[in-house]
Design a protein around this ligand. Structure first.
Ligand SMILES: Nc1nc2c(ncn2[C@@H]2O[C@H](COP(=O)(O)OP(=O)(O)OP(=O)(O)O)[C@@H](O)[C@H]2O)c(=O)[nH]1
Ligand SMILES: [Mg+2]
Length: 216
């Protein structure tokens, strides 16, 4: 027996995502979907990005996790609206989940929504959420070979953040090999080396993002 499930699920997801996209456009909100492994520094990068951009833009964060509201609490502690989605086991966010979070945000007064997807380098790549850009984060301790092993996420990303560059001396990370492997998969996406918790490189990343938010 053969069950065709994948395509209808994605079609339904994409249709709802297109509706979300329309709402974002009508309200001139720029939306990014952050994809990365657990612990790579998604929340730390969001906090650093908020620090860099909060004077110019109204920002909200949607946190996707299998369980807990730990990350949403960290964002709220900075005075930034945050909505937690618990997927209850699912390894990625879908647009139906996102819609429930978007419904409680005041889109009219927002400029930028940052979505922290569930920590996973595979599943979230297939799901369009109505975002303007997918941004992937790889952290140095994960290793320079990840583009070779998880090509999909590097291919769909509009920008790639290499986080925890302060740990380069500890890990045997070959930055040239990493950048070459990324270039093979995705010739266009800029690569931003940063140390989210220390601030290194955050300005370059934030400048790139701010230009896009202003255009929206
Ligand atoms: N040395 C160093 N540590 C970092 C950096 N960025 C994040 N960390 C640490 O990495 C750990 C995980 O960071 P988080 O920001 O929570 O990572 P995350 O991807 O949001 O994690 P999950 O939401 O659990 O998937 C924390 O202990 C951070 O302090 C960095 O640039 N350098
Ligand atoms: Mg997090």
């Amino acid at each position: 027996m053969h069950i065709e499930m994948h395509k209808p699920i994605l079609e339904k997801n994409d249709a709802l995502a297109a509706e979300l996209r329309k709402r974002f456009e009508e309200n001139h909100v720029y939306v990014i979907d952050l994809l990365a492994s657990p612990g790579s520094g998604k929340t730390s990068t969001i906090l650093a990005t908020i620090d860099a951009l909060r004077d110019e833009f109204n920002i909200a964060v949607i946190e996707g996790d299998i369980a807990s509201s730990v990350d949403a609490e960290k964002i709220k502690a900075q005075g930034i609206p945050a909505v937690q989605i618990n997927t209850g086991g699912a390894c990625h966010l879908e647009s139906a989940m996102l819609k429930r979070a978007v419904d409680v945000l005041d889109l009219e007064r927002l400029d930028l929504i940052i979505i922290e997807n569930v920590g996973n380098l595979v599943c979230p790549t297939d799901f369009y959420l109505g975002e303007n850009a997918k941004i992937m984060i790889l952290s140095v301790p994960e290793g320079d070979d990840k583009p070779l092993k998880y090509p999909g996420v590097f291919q769909v990303s509009d920008a790639i953040i290499l986080n925890k560059v302060d740990t380069m001396p500890v890990f045997d990370f070959d930055r040239d090999a990493f950048c070459a492997a990324v270039r093979d998969l995705n010739p266009k996406a800029p690569i931003f080396p940063i140390a989210a918790t220390k601030g290194d490189g955050v300005e370059e990343w934030a400048t790139w993002l701010a230009e896009r938010v202003r255009q929206a």
